[in-house]
Ligand binder design. Structure first.
Ligand code: DGJ
Length: 748
């Protein structure tokens, strides 16, 4: 079978079977008219009758649907769009408050249609197809006549790999106002609970650490109520069989394409079935649906693999790199940049910036990025946000003049914005004090002395668009870093009526998406990098507009091992902003060797965040060499197939690698946190190579792919024995890069 999506409707049994070479997804219209879930997993043969998968039992204490039968209870049935209040007691996917105060729903199957490719989601980021053979979409329509609401569930199965995208659209088809109090994007009921749950969690400066635990009866739930996807929890989880490893076994990853408040949870019931739900966080959410109104949920993507965690990650990497990210930069290697933040913070003059840029240019850096502090009265974090006009004292000829000078040096110029924020000490706030999110009559909390603009209001988004477009249209700006440095509090919009205040968080993020869409459309060749105090909004929603994101404010190489390793579970190397910074490191005060700082940053977009003028001649020579290396290898590093090999969460060593699509080249990164005395012999088993190709590496060794994958690459350290006089002794925080090249068979 060539890679294609099949969607079969078995009319007699009312069964839908979506499948490709990898996975099958089977549903049926249940005897009570609702849509039931029968199977999701490795592909199975299609056949006429799958109704045997609807297992029913006369369980004591069950609440039953049909008067004459004791077996048909929704609490035992796997459902596609479950509701609460009839006989299913698990967490529902949808909750609608109706005019009579009732919340009971009965969403009856009404029909289906199939579309080639994938329809767009109005106003929301989503995966896409470039030609209609890449996927098929099944749209199933459900209808609750009494409430007057229709739900359309969208299932897109991509032709290649186990990738399923799902979302729901609600429409008020009745005469009354409805209140949508919960509208999850994704629900999957699984027949057992024999899974480990993995989540990417942490805090500012230690984002996306891998946390894992087995599923148990009850609920595991992660989410954000901060208005952004957050440092604390990423909108991504994994369910893996306990025996699955990085390289093999059944793994399902679930990722929500959304940047605002979210919730993902797993609920294991008394009979050990598991319900997975993902979507907008239902707390503080209530959307008023007037007759004729629609509500579109964000999209959730599930990646199913029997190739372990790496197999699942590679599915996400491919999809998010090629069919979520868009535009000019999607397939292009990323410029090597220098950012002045850690070099100067707010303390800079144009002359100082030009000195930093000049030295960077001499080393081969391609893009100079001016970070926070260039606008309005912004000399500290107390003032200026909202006033996107250059500070004439610091930049006498404005952004236009500075950008010209940087371009004259032979570099591109990039600029920092924090579009969603305002300081009270700003002209914008003085003119429009009601433009912030603030609950009337309540204390207004701040974060870093700043307040959040009400992006649910069109005129606010328009104002910021006009200010930003003026700068970007006037100066030669090739890159924008879009920051967001606080979470939302006292969330309330001055212009929405009381009953619509539950819409503000979602409307806010729609406003952010709108501004991104307008700017990326008007300036298609500008490279956008998203940021939120480091990695507080590192999510698929952002990747749709900005193909890279600042991974963390922690630039220490050893901290970054965990952060980048965790991030790679879902996100591709090309999306991870990674810089070499100064020592002692500004976040953890750690001294790491310069080569280790680069060896970690290579597995990302790569850049520098320090004043290179302060480095010794020897260090500058090393920096020049690093930049030459990155330029030579960045296509492979950023777009090759990425494998995690050794986890920093499990031991002293970390390793990962990338392999070229033709398997002729590979690059391995090996890192050891603490040095040891009289240490063990060590090897790392590589992945993804061609077994019968002989690879030579840049350390003068050669081995066949099967040797490297089965017995491993020898990484034993010289400090384990006597140190040869031509080698530097290794220290803590040691690392090595191995570049593997296939030896031409004629040379073997
Ligand atoms: C937080 C970002 O993560 C930093 O890189 C820097 O841009 C600062 N904000 C500037 O305020």
């Amino acid at each position: 079978m060539k890679s294609e999506t099949k969607i079969i409707y078995h009319e007699e049994q009312n069964v839908f079977h979506l499948y490709n070479e990898e996975v099958s997804y089977i549903m049926m219209v249940l005897p009570d008219g609702e849509l039931g879930q029968l199977y999701f997993g490795q592909r199975i043969h299609d056949k006429e009758d799958f109704s045997y998968l609807l297992e029913l039992a006369p369980r004591p204490m069950s609440s039953c649907v049909f008067p004459e039968a004791k077996t048909f209870s929704l609490e035992q049935i796997k459902l596609e769009l479950p509701t609460y209040g009839s006989s299913d007691y698990r967490t529902p996917a949808v909750d609608i408050l109706q005019p009579d105060g009732s919340r009971i729903l009965d969403l009856q199957y009404e029909g289906y249609r199939i579309e080639r490719g994938k329809p767009k989601l109005a106003g929301l980021p989503a995966t896409y197809t470039e030609n209609p053979d890449e996927a098929k979409t099944l749209i199933i329509e459900l209808h609750d006549q009494k409430a007057g609401v229709k739900a359309e569930i969208f299932y897109t199965l991509f032709a290649v790999g186990g990738l399923l995208a799902k979302s729901v659209r609600y429409r008020n088809v009745g005469q009354d106002t409805l209140r949508l109090q919960r509208a999850m994007s994704f629900c999957l009921d699984l027949p057992d609970a024999d899974y480990d749950w993995l989540q990417l969690s942490g805090a500012w400066a230690r984002e996306r650490h891998v946390k894992s635990r087995p599923l148990e009866m009850g609920i595991i739930s992660i989410g954000s109520r901060r208005g952004h996807s957050s440092h604390e929890h990423n909108p991504f989880v994994v369910l893996k069989r306990p025996s699955a490893t990085e390289q093999q076994g059944e793994v399902m990853g679930l990722s929500l394409v959304y940047s605002g408040n979210f919730q993902i949870q797993a609920e294991v019931d008394a009979h050990h079935t598991t319900r997975i739900l993902a979507g907008i966080h239902p707390e503080n959410f209530c959307w008023v649906l007037e007759p004729g109104d629609d509500f579109q949920t964000p999209e959730a993507v599930m990646a199913y693999s029997t190739g372990g965690l790496n197999g699942m990650s590679q599915l996400f990497h491919g999809l998010y790199q090629k069919r979520l990210a868009r535009g000019y930069w999607r397939d292009r290697v990323r410029p090597i940049l220098i950012n002045n933040w850690e070099a100067t913070y707010f303390d800079f003059t144009e002359q100082k910036l030009l000195q930093i840029a000049g030295k960077a240019k001499e080393c081969g850096v391609e893009l100079f990025v001016l970070d926070d502090g260039w606008f309005g009265a912004r000399c500290s974090d107390h003032a200026g946000l909202g006033d996107w006009t250059p500070n004439q004292q610091r930049l006498p000829e404005g952004i236009h003049g500075l950008a010209e000078r940087i371009e004259a040096l032979g570099m591109k110029f990039g600029l920092w914005f924090e579009p969603e924020m305002v300081n009270m000490d700003s002209d914008l706030y003085r003119t429009h004090p009601d433009w912030i999110l603030a609950t009337p009559g309540r204390r207004q909390s701040h974060g870093r002395f700043q307040y959040v603009l009400d992006f649910s209001r069109q005129e606010v988004v328009d104002n910021i668009y006009t200010q930003m477009a003026a700068i970007l249209g006037d100066a030669k700006v090739s890159y924008v870093k879009w920051d967001m440095n606080r979470s939302i509090t006292e969330c309330y919009s001055a212009v929405l009526p009381p009953e619509r205040q539950g819409e503000v968080f979602h409307r806010y993020i729609l406003g952010v998406y709108d501004l991104y869409e307008r700017l990326t459309t008007r300036f298609p060749e500008i490279l956008f990098e998203s940021c939120s105090s480091g990695g507080g909004r590192f999510d698929p929603g952002m990747l749709y507009y900005a193909p890279q994101a600042w991974t963390s404010d922690d630039s220490d190489a050893i901290e970054r091992l965990k952060i980048q390793y965790g991030t790679s579970l879902c996100y591709p190397v090309s999306s991870m902003g990674s810089h070499v910074s100064v020592i002692p490191n500004h976040q953890v005060n750690r001294n790491t060797p310069l080569h280790t700082r680069a060896n970690v940053a290579y597995f990302g977009t790569f850049g520098y965040e320090l004043d290179l003028n302060k480095l010794s001649a020897e260090e500058i020579a090393e920096v020049k060499q690093q930049i030459r290396f990155m330029k030579e290898h960045r296509a492979l590093l950023q777009f090759g197939t990425f494998y995690r090999l050794c986890s920093p969460f499990e031991g002293n060593e970390t390793a990962w690698m990338v392999v070229s699509p033709d398997k002729q080249q590979a690059i391995v990164g090996w890192y050891r946190t603490l040095n040891q005395v009289n240490a063990d012999f060590t090897r790392v088993k590589l992945c993804g190579l061609q077994p019968d190709i002989l690879y030579k590496n840049d350390h003068g060794e050669s081995a066949y792919g099967d040797e490297l994958m089965n017995l491993g690459l020898i990484t034993t350290d010289v400090t384990a024995g006597e140190i040869p006089s031509d080698k530097k002794p290794c220290t803590d925080f040691e690392s090595r890069i191995y570049v593997l090249e296939a030896v031409d068979s004629a040379q073997q």
